[in-house]
Design a protein around this ligand. Structure first.
Ligand code: DON
Length: 569
């Protein structure tokens, strides 16, 4: 049996490059950062969740069954971002081409108000929107999973949630990356919780140690047995409200019982003959992605070269303009009119680039006001599932930053999000990703905070071609953008497209950030010479994606920046 993925990849690259539908006849490895499968594929942030997704597909579940199982599994095995105390966006494409989006983004509790994070002088109170019981929006994941499953699921809900329950009660081996995450956040857990939580132990964690979460298993059992009522009312809801009382939080039983996830139309646009589909508001991710693609389409990127001064300059300038629009126009569509059509209009996007000069950077201050510095601390997670029938799911879910607020609901065993920080807490004041906002994203009870999550699906000639997404806060849409242009413009295979270096501009601060060693020194100097400011940083994004190959094979890639795992059969 051939177990060398490099050999298999080489064979497949050769085949795809030759544009033939012949399939290499070699047994394939079933798990790794980059693998190829005949039937189904799951790519997620942890080997355990990918394994569970495949188990559900093999049992006869479809992509949505597997996705729901993966989402609950991530709440157990990837507490950094997987959750039942947070929310997300799930994009679905059925094999017949119909698309759907479920928005299970958190909502502000009803007692929220515009100036809730400001002191009497109107200054932002440090840490209140990130490290307090007031930082949590009403969680959406459980309602989202129940709704998407009842619309598309094939197996029973009980069957898809049970593996997560078993994982929580039996425990699982933490990855080396997780051991580091748990150790790095020990002090936060101790500070934010009165009782001992499963994530803290007396000796440091190391890769392979077992993490058991009996309280979480019990909460998941209630969701299994009582559905919505297992979380949004009864024991779990009471425990959440008691937790709020302990820390002066504002979420009530009423907020929980009124939470609802929403089916929305995804956004989509054409780029060089490919149809790109993504999340609509209250995520700004899809619009930013499509705006940037629309702004760069008139230029021949391939001719400009990969990671050259000209191509990085063009993309960064388009990114600035898209993020400036985000700050002004985007928020919760249930509260704010969003000029979606106008923002995606080709003529408008071309006119946005009329101030673009190939030989000089447009200062962000001349596109709008303010110059602000972001903090860096991030953790969200994306997973992608494609089943043997050709149904695809791309879902991004988060508690906001790593382990959310670090508050574990006492006796219920799950972490609460700190997603309220994604609102504009004060006009012009940057959130933890340096993003600023306006009235459109101001705080109001029942409103959803603007997101950057960008699950994507791409069609080629009317058929499923790519599906994926990434964590990374404000860098999510620009990470996705680079994966798409790497494939479409630069002709990379999906593994190269995901693994190659990335850069990012978000208008404010006026700065191109780039992954260490991703740009040549001559390119950095060239960009500085035309007026850009640059700063290197650690990794940007962690993409989990699937590409459909000739013959319906699936190429799954889990970003080598993390302990991500592609699994297929
Ligand atoms: O919804 C958003 O845009 C952010 N709360 C996502 C946070 C995130 O991606 C952190 N991850 N790396």
């Amino acid at each position: 049996m051939i177990r060398n993925p490099a050999l298999i990849l080489a064979a497949v690259c050769l085949l795809t490059a030759c544009n033939t539908t012949t399939i290499p006849v070699v047994p394939l490895p079933v798990e790794g950062h980059s693998i190829i499968s005949d039937s189904g594929m799951v790519v997620s942030a942890h080997p355990e969740s990918s394994r569970i997704g495949i188990k559900i597909l093999k049992k006869g579940g479809n992509a949505v069954d597997a996705a729901v199982a993966v989402e609950f599994a991530l709440a157990v095995c990837y507490p950094e971002a997987g959750n039942i105390g947070g929310g997300g966006f799930m994009l679905v494409r059925e094999a017949d081409g119909r698309t759907d989006l479920i928005d299970y983004r958190e909502k502000a509790p009803q007692n929220s108000f515009e100036t809730m994070y400001l002191d009497a002088d109107g200054n932002v109170r440090n840490g209140l929107s990130t490290d307090s019981h007031m930082a949590s929006g009403v969680p959406g994941t459980v309602d989202g999973m129940l709704n998407i499953h009842s619309k598309y699921g094939n197996l029973s809900f009980r069957e898809v949630i049970q593996p997560a329950i078993d994982l929580a009660s039996n425990g699982f081996p933490v990855t080396s990356g997780q051991a580091a995450d748990l150790n790095n956040n020990r002090e936060r857990f101790l500070k934010m919780n009165d009782t001992k939580v499963a994530f803290v132990r007396d000796v440091p964690w190391k890769g392979g140690d077992t993490l058991r979460q009996p309280d979480l298993a019990k909460t998941l059992e209630l969701i299994r047995d009582y559905g919505r009522d297992g979380f949004y009312s009864g024991r779990t809801a009471k425990l959440i409200v008691s937790e709020m009382e302990r820390g002066n939080g504002i979420m009530t039983l009423n907020d929980l019982s009124e939470y609802n996830s929403v089916f929305r139309d995804p956004v989509s646009a054409w780029y060089r003959g490919y149809r790109v589909i993504s999340a609509s508001p209250p995520s700004g991710g899809g619009i930013i992605l499509l705006q940037i693609l629309g702004m760069i389409e008139p230029y021949d990127l391939k001719k400009l070269g990969f990671h050259t001064v000209s191509s990085v300059h063009l993309i960064a300038e388009a990114e600035k303009r898209a993020f400036a629009d985000r700050a002004e126009y985007l928020g919760d569509p249930d509260f704010t009119g969003i000029p979606l059509k106008e923002m995606l209009d080709t003529g408008y996007l071309h006119s946005r680039m009329s101030s673009f000069r190939p030989g000089s950077a447009t200062p962000s201050s001349s596109l709008s006001h303010g110059l602000l510095i972001p903090a860096e601390s991030e953790e969200t997670t994306h997973y992608t599932v494609v089943d043997s029938y050709g149904n695809a799911v791309a879902a991004t879910t988060t508690l906001n930053n790593t382990f959310g607020s670090a508050i574990v609901v006492d006796s219920a065993g799950f972490l609460l999000n700190n997603q309220m920080d994604d609102f504009s807490v004060k006009p012009g004041f940057p959130n933890m990703y340096g993003l600023i906002g306006s009235e459109a994203n101001s705080i109001k009870g029942g409103k959803r905070m603007l997101s950057s999550m960008t699950p994507f699906i791409v069609e080629k000639d009317g058929a499923l071609f790519l599906a994926g997404g990434s964590p990374g806060g404000s860098t999510i849409p620009t990470t996705v953008l680079q994966v798409l242009i790497n494939v479409i413009d630069y002709g990379m295979n999906i593994r190269q497209a995901v693994d190659t270096g990335r850069f990012h501009h978000q208008w404010l601060p006026d700065m191109i950030t780039y992954e260490n060693n991703s740009l040549d020194q001559s390119v950095i100097t060239g960009l500085e010479e035309i007026g850009h400011h640059l700063q290197s940083r650690s990794s940007i994004g962690r993409v989990n994606a699937v590409m459909i190959l000739p013959g319906s094979r699936k190429w799954g890639v889990g970003d080598s920046r993390g302990n991500n795992s592609a699994r297929g059969y």
